[in-house]
Design a protein around this ligand. Structure first.
Ligand code: FSO
Ligand code: SF4
Length: 537
C-alpha cells in the first residue's frame, strides 16, 4: 500500500505498511482499486462519441459514485468487504458504457484475483503516476474530490443537488487517464477550488433546512438516562435518530462536529437531545468507553475501536468497520435505528466528563446580524484583528501549538473557527469583547465557508479588499475535506494562508513553489514567529 492522503501519514511521507489511522494493507489497496476503477468509469462516461448507446439514467450511478469516493476518505471506512462490493459496482457501471476506440488500457482494467489488487500496489495506486508533479497535482485533485463527495452526500441527503458539481467530479476523476500538461493539471486543481465554493454554498443552503443557527451555549454535562452518542457530520441521520428515540427513554448526545446541531432551532425542539459529549474525534479512545451507550458513526472520523467498546459501534452511510452493525438506507431514504436504540436501553447513563459548556452557532447569519456592533468595535480599535483558525484536530502532540497560539493572542483579537480544530481552544475561556465572543465558532469544517462570507461582507462594508482586512488565516488540516476547504479559500482569493501542522505530503517541491508564489501559502512554525508573520503582534 501507499497512502499519503492525511496529515498524519507515516514519517510525513506516506503509509506503506499499514496506516497510522489503522487502515490495513488490503483495505488501502482495495481503496486504490476503487479509485482506479472510478477514473475508468469517468473516462468512459465523458469521452463517448456522439450517438453512443450510453445508460439513459445515471441518478443511482451518480449517487453511488459520490458515496463510494467518500468512503475512501480518511477514517470513514475500514471494511475491506465493503470495498470489494464497491469495486464490483463501479466496474459494472463502467462496463455499461461502450468501450471507446483508442481508450487508455486502464479503462478496461479487471483484477485477475484478489492478489492482483493487494499486491499490485504500484499498478493501480497513485505511485503509478510516474511524474512527480503530475502525481502531486492529481493527488491534490483527488483528495479535493473526496472532500467534495463528503459534502455533496450531506447536501444530497437534505435534497440539495447540483449537476454541475457531479459533472466536475467525473471530469476530475477522468483526468487521471488523460494527457495533460502541468499547467492544465494545475488549472484543474484550481477549478476544484472554484467548484468547492459552489459545493460549500450548496451545503450552507442545505443546512438551513434545520433553520438558521444562532450563537448558542451547549450543555456538556450528562443526564441520568442511557444515551446514544452521534458523531460525524450528517444532520439528517441525527434528525432521524431523534425522531425514533422520542419517548423511548433513550437520550441522544452529539459528539465532535455534530456540536453545531444544538444551534439550529429545529434540533432545539427535541427534549431528549441532551448536549454534547467529549471533544474532537482525536480523543475518542479515551472518551467513548466512558459514554456507556452505543455510538453511531454517520461519517468520519472513526478510529478503530478497542475490544472494550467495539460491540457498541454502529455505522451508517459511507462509514464501515468490519464487525460493526451497519444501518443501511432504505429505498425511501429512511433508516431503521431500532437496533441501536434497543442496545442503548440496556446500557448505563454516560459518565460525566466534567467538561465546561461551549458556544457554537456563529455562522454568517448570526455574525452578520451583529455586524454594526463589530464594525463599531473595529472603528474604536477594540477589535484589532480576526484570525481564522478553522480546520481539523489530530492526535499528534505538536497540535498543542494551536492551544498555545490561541492563548497567546492579544485580547483584542477574535478567533473565527469551524471544524474540529476548535476543541484545542474552545474551552479556554477567552472571554468576549463587549459581548462579542472571542471564539466565534461557525460549526462544521464546511462552515469555513461561513467565515469567508463574513470576511467578504465586512470587506464590502469597509470598502476594501478581503486581503486588506485585519484578518489572518492559520489553518490546521488533517483529512481531505480540509484539502477541499483549502482549495476553496484559494479560489475565493484568500492570500497568505498559513497551514499546519505539516504540509500535505503529496505536495511536490514545484507545486509548493506555485502555492507559495501565486498564493503566499506558508507553513506554520512557532507561536512567537507566526504571531509576527500573521501581523498579529
Ligand atoms: Fe474533517 Fe477536519 Fe469535519 Fe474534523 S475536515 S477532521 S472530524 O475538521 O471535521 O471532517
Ligand atoms: Fe496513512 Fe493517513 Fe492514508 Fe491512513 S489515511 S493510511 S494515516 S496517509
Amino acid at each position: 500500500m501507499f497512502c499519503q492522503q492525511c496529515e498524519e501519514t507515516a514519517r510525513g511521507l506516506g503509509c506503506t505498511a499499514g496506516g497510522v489511522c489503522g487502515k490495513d494493507n488490503d483495505t488501502a489497496c482495495y481503496q486504490d482499486a476503487v479509485n482506479f476503477a472510478l477514473s475508468g468509469l469517468a473516462y468512459r462516461k465523458i469521452h463517448q462519441p456522439a450517438g453512443a448507446k450510453v445508460p439513459a439514467n445515471t441518478v443511482k450511478q451518480d449517487k453511488d459514485v459520490v458515496a463510494i469516493l467518500f468512503a475512501t476518505l480518511t477514517n470513514v471506512n475500514f471494511d475491506k468487504e465493503r470495498f470489494k462490493t464497491y469495486l464490483k459496482t463501479i466496474i459494472s457501471y463502467r462496463d455499461a458504457y461502450p468501450k471507446i476506440s483508442g481508450e487508455p488500457k486502464q479503462c478496461s482494467w479487471i483484477p485477475a484475483s484478489e492478489e492482483d489488487i493487494v499486491h499490485l500496489e504500484g499498478g493501480i495506486g497513485l505511485l503509478a503516476i510516474e511524474d512527480e508533479n503530475e502525481r502531486s497535482l492529481f493527488s491534490l485533485l483527488l483528495f479535493g474530490l473526496k472532500g467534495m463527495c463528503a459534502y455533496y452526500s450531506h447536501a444530497e441527503a437534505l435534497g440539495k443537488t447540483d449537476p454541475e458539481i457531479v459533472s466536475f467530479i467525473y471530469k476530475g476523476l477522468a483526468s487521471r487517464f488523460e494527457k495533460h500538461s502541468i499547467e492544465e493539471r494545475t488549472a484543474l486543481v484550481l477549478e476544484c477550488g472554484k467548484m468547492g465554493v459552489k459545493m460549500l454554498a450548496l451545503l450552507d443552503e442545505a443546512n438551513k433546512h434545520y433553520g438558521t443557527t444562532a450563537i448558542t451555549k451547549v450543555h456538556c454535562g450528562v443526564g441520568t438516562k442511557p444515551g446514544i452518542l452521534v458523531t460525524g457530520h450528517d444532520l439528517k441521520d441525527l434528525e432521524m435518530l431523534l425522531e425514533q428515540t422520542k419517548g423511548t427513554g433513550v437520550d441522544v448526545y452529539t459528539h465532535g462536529e455534530m456540536l453545531i446541531a444544538h444551534a439550529h432551532p429545529d434540533f432545539a425542539k427535541y427534549d431528549n437531545l441532551i448536549g454534547n459529549y467529549g471533544t474532537s474525534w482525536a480523543n475518542q479512545k479515551d472518551e467513548f468507553p466512558k459514554f456507556g451507550g452505543p455510538i453511531l458513526f454517520t461519517t468520519n472520523c472513526l478510529v478503530p475501536p478497542p475490544e472494550e467498546y467495539r460491540k457498541k459501534i454502529f455505522t451508517t452511510g459511507s462509514v464501515g468497520f468490519a464487525g460493526a452493525v451497519h444501518i443501511p438506507e432504505k429505498a425511501d431514504g429512511s433508516k431503521d435505528f431500532s437496533e441501536i436504540i434497543a442496545m442503548a436501553k440496556k446500557c448505563k447513563a454516560p459518565q460525566d466528563l466534567k467538561l465546561t459548556d461551549i458556544t457554537t452557532g456563529a455562522g454568517h447569519d448570526a455574525v452578520l446580524a451583529a455586524a454594526p456592533k463589530i464594525l463599531q468595535l473595529i472603528n474604536e480599535k477594540k477589535i484589532k484583528r480576526f484570525v481564522v483558525m478553522a480546520g481539523c484536530d489530530g492526535r499528534h502532540k505538536e497540535r498543542v501549538y494551536y492551544t498555545e497560539f490561541a492563548k497567546a493572542l492579544p485580547k483584542d483579537v477574535i478567533i473565527l473557527t469551524a471544524g474540529c480544530a476548535k476543541f484545542r481552544y474552545n474551552r479556554l475561556d477567552l472571554g468576549d469583547i463587549e459581548g462579542i465572543p472571542r471564539v466565534l465558532d461557525a460549526g462544521q469544517c464546511n462552515d469555513s465557508y461561513s467565515l469567508v462570507v463574513i470576511a467578504l461582507e465586512l470587506a464590502k462594508v469597509l470598502k476594501t479588499d478581503v486581503n486588506a482586512l485585519p484578518l489572518s488565516f492559520n489553518i490546521a488540516w488533517y483529512e481531505q475535506k480540509a484539502i477541499l476547504v483549502f482549495l476553496t479559500l484559494l479560489a475565493l482569493g484568500i492570500k497568505d494562508i498559513m497551514i499546519g501542522p505539516n504540509l500535505p505530503a503529496c505536495v511536490s517541491p514545484d507545486v509548493l513553489n506555485t502555492l507559495v508564489k501565486q498564493f503566499g501559502v506558508q507553513p506554520n512554525t512557532t507561536v512567537e514567529a507566526d504571531m509576527k508573520t500573521l501581523h498579529i503582534v
